[in-house]
Ligand binder design. Structure first.
Ligand SMILES: Nc1ncnc2c1ncn2[C@@H]1O[C@H](COP(=O)(O)OP(=O)(O)O)[C@@H](O)[C@H]1O
Ligand SMILES: [Mg+2]
Length: 401
């Protein structure tokens, strides 16, 4: 870099302080990112610092919107209101910004006539130059910092490099936040679908049955057949009891939120609440200290355990139950055992029993297991009692499930 003798010292000084500031920002960016959930707010917070680094009088942060076709303004400082309003959403390819961003490094654009021509806003005619710091991640443009300068000044090479580095970090954070949102959306959609299935399979079926029974009861009443009417009314009463039970169970499931700390703490808390509620002593053995599952996997496992335990309460007549988390090679095994009656006909194939047709709890458990890339195995224990086991691959990529 060429430097004249008179300004050499000053420039070196300025550069040194620039560098220091930029390094400070970089370290602030990297430490803030870990705990930050609202990434747009974070970008806004850094705007002032970025402006100071560039010596800017105004600045704006934009993030890619509409699948990358536009840039949306998320924060602005020092811009006249009509400019912020006009710049709320701009085409990615509208001009100099787009070009600078595609080139992928922080750069200064002198003279903003194209922006003036596009918008007719005098601010751009009078503004001298603009620094564009692209936020990119893996070659994709995710956003930009626009820093407006009253007097043009070359950004020192080191600062440009640091801008690039900051841009990359923030770009990565933006991308992570997007993936997280997408993941959450998918999990929510799937969870709603499963809830709808559960309502359909239990409550809706029972209500449909009540409706049919009511129709025949009315017919037999009209025909003056008192006995048959009485029988149908009895059926209806029984079905209403079932519907009420279904509803309570469904509400219980929908309300049961997993411990925000995750699956293992949630399972650790189960024995106490389970014993209080049911009088059945539950033991939890965790043999996988480093169980690292995704949030979606954890939710599936938790619901499966809950249904298995609900069945122990409803059907087993057990005094004791055991919940275990084990590892077998590449597979995780979650076992719920009890010392009760066992599934129908000991030794028989419990899954095919005709009486199971209306009971869908285990069916839904299987569906959840499939999403984990795994399976549910049921068996009667030789010493009596039932065992339900979820087996799924530790490192499954359940994305396609
Ligand atoms: N722990 C258990 N002990 C004995 N029988 C069980 C146990 N778990 C499930 N079952 C039997 O399997 C059937 C199907 O269970 P499920 O599909 O959850 O339906 P539901 O609980 O609505 O009856 C139950 O009706 C019950 O007969
Ligand atoms: Mg059940």
């Amino acid at each position: 870099m060429a430097e004249t003798a008179t300004t050499e010292h000053e420039t070196a000084d300025a550069r040194g302080s620039y560098k220091l500031q930029a390094l400070r920002v970089l370290s602030e960016v990297t430490t803030s990112l870990a705990g930050e959930h609202d990434i747009e707010a974070l970008l806004g917070r850094f705007l002032g610092t970025m402006m100071r680094l560039a010596g800017a009088t105004a600045g704006a942060v934009r993030v890619a919107a509409s699948g990358g076709a536009h840039l949306r303004l998320v924060a602005a400082v020092g811009l006249p209101p009509e400019v912020s309003e006009r710049e709320r959403l701009v085409d990615l390819d509208c001009g100099a910004c787009g070009i600078a961003m595609r080139e992928g490094e922080a750069r200064e654009i002198r003279g903003l006539e194209p922006c003036f021509a596009r918008t007719g806003l005098p601010y751009f005619r009078d503004c001298c130059s603009m620094v564009v710091v692209p936020l990119r991640y893996q070659g994709r443009i995710l956003g930009t910092y626009n820093l407006f300068l009253a007097t043009p000044g070359t950004i020192p090479e080191e600062v440009a490099l640091l801008f690039g580095s900051i841009g990359e970090h923030l770009g990565m954070a933006l991308e992570n936040a997007r993936l997280e949102r997408e993941n959450l959306r998918m999990t929510l959609t799937r969870e709603r679908q499963l809830m709808a299935n559960e309502v359909h399979d239990s409550l809706a079926q029972t209500l449909a049955y009540i409706k049919m029974r009511l129709a025949v009861a009315q017919e037999s009443l009209a025909a003056g057949e008192r006995d048959r009417t009485g029988k149908y009314l009895g059926d209806i009463r029984q079905a209403l009891d079932t519907a009420y039970g279904d509803l309570r169970e469904l509400l219980g499931q929908f309300r049961s939120r997993m411990d925000p700390l995750g699956l293992v703490p949630a399972l650790e808390r189960l024995p106490e609440t389970f014993a209080d509620r049911t009088g059945i002593a539950l033991q939890f053995a965790n043999e996988v200290p480093d169980l690292a599952l995704t949030a979606d996997q954890e939710v599936q496992v938790y619901h499966i355990v809950q249904e298995a335990l609900a069945n122990v309460t409803r059907h087993s007549g057990a005094r004791r139950a055991r919940l275990a988390l084990r590892e077998r090679g590449d597979e995780i095994e979650v076992t719920v055992e009890d010392d009760g009656l066992g599934f129908f006909a000991p030794g028989g194939p419990p899954d095919e029993h005709p009486q199971r047709a209306r009971h869908l709890g285990i069916g839904i458990m299987r569906e959840r297991a499939q999403r984990l890339g795994g399976r549910i195995e049921t068996a009667n224990l030789p010493q009596g009692g039932a065992r339900v086991q979820l087996v799924f691959p530790r490192r499954a990529a359940p994305a396609a499930a």
